[in-house]
Design a protein around this ligand. Structure first.
Ligand code: GRF
Length: 188
């Protein structure tokens, strides 16, 4: 059984979708750990409800990124984690995780990359008045949303779409796409 760690900073709806897919038998994996850099984030409550261990930390308590990433790496090794899944984790991954997990870290981003990388991709798409945007799942490298693309799915933007309605459409796709792409990646 492949073991995954999910990294999140916020609500964790993608964390939940992945856990639910495992419970439904659609994803053959074990979610071994939640890593969260925001004490108080709702994803932590979700992990507690699912009895999944969480490593929660405050980046400012550490002198450097490599200090907390080394600590994270120790936890991942302890638990024999094979794969890292970023799901709304609002930080760049540094060398201390990229090197040992080369080719084994993925991210989901709410746009059709390479369009609208970085923060507030949904707001960026609305401001650009494009007719479609979407979801991208990609391997993680040292850049911001720049690694090799694994899957993309588009979403059309209608004139009446608000940020909320567009976010809802995007998240519905994310919650289907992420578990199914993970299933293929982990078992190919
Ligand atoms: C998702 O839209 C994801 O694409 C982006 O951050 C959001 C996280 O949402 N990277 P959630 O915490 O999974 O609900």
């Amino acid at each position: 059984m492949k073991k995954i760690a999910i990294f999140a900073s916020g609500s964790g709806s993608n964390f939940q979708a992945i856990v639910d897919a495992v419970k439904a038998g659609k994803l053959d994996a074990e979610v071994s750990l939640l890593v969260c850099d925001k004490p108080g984030a709702f994803c932590i409550e979700r992990a507690q409800n699912e009895r999944i261990p969480a490593f929660v930390f405050t980046p400012k308590d550490y002198a450097a990124k490599s200090d907390y990433e080394t600590e994270i790496y120790e936890k991942l090794k302890e638990l024999d984690v094979d794969f890292i899944v970023l799901a709304g984790y609002m930080r760049l991954i540094g060398e201390d995780l990229l090197t040992p997990y080369e080719g084994k870290i993925v991210n989901i981003h709410p746009s059709l990359l390479p369009a609208f990388p970085g923060k507030d991709a949904i707001g960026q798409a609305l401001a650009a008045k494009v007719k479609e945007t979407g979801v991208t799942i990609h391997f993680v490298d040292a850049g911001m949303d720049t690694g090799p693309i694994i899957a993309r799915q588009s979403v059309s933007i209608s004139q009446n779409d608000t940020r909320e309605s567009l976010q809802t459409k995007i998240q519905e796709i994310e919650h289907q796409l992420y578990p199914s792409v993970l299933q293929k990646l982990l078992h190919s």
